[in-house]
Design a protein around this ligand. Structure first.
Ligand code: SF4
Ligand code: SF4
Length: 96
């Protein structure tokens, strides 16, 4: 199953100018305490807001599910274990 791209506001860059909210055809952006916020359930990923933001504060990201994260961590752990075993073997050969 492919991961859906989502748009999000980089809060450290957003000035709360509201240009993005005005450009959004889905009324998915609101301004809360001086910063833009995207309502993901309304957003259709048209990327209009991303193009108009003068701050480049809107970016795309791909959310990763917990299951995928767990499987990535699992395989990394496996690789690390293999590496440790190889190093251990080499060390024993050297000392033999
Ligand atoms: S256009 Fe950019 S800087 Fe302005 S409110 Fe939207 S995200 Fe923030
Ligand atoms: S990507 Fe399109 S629909 Fe989504 S918040 Fe931006 S302008 Fe609105």
């Amino acid at each position: 199953m492919g991961n859906k791209v989502m748009l999000r506001i980089r809060k450290n860059l957003c000035l709360g100018c509201g240009v993005c909210a005005e450009s959004c055809p889905k009324q998915a952006i609101s301004l809360a305490s001086g910063q833009a916020e995207i309502n993901q359930s309304r957003c259709n990923q048209c990327r209009l807001c991303l193009e108009v933001c003068p701050q480049g504060a809107i970016g795309e990201f791909v959310p990763v599910s917990e299951a995928e994260l767990a499987s990535t961590v699992g395989s990394l752990r496996q690789k690390a274990d293999d590496l440790v075993r190889r190093i251990e073997r080499l060390r024993q050969q050297k000392n033999a």
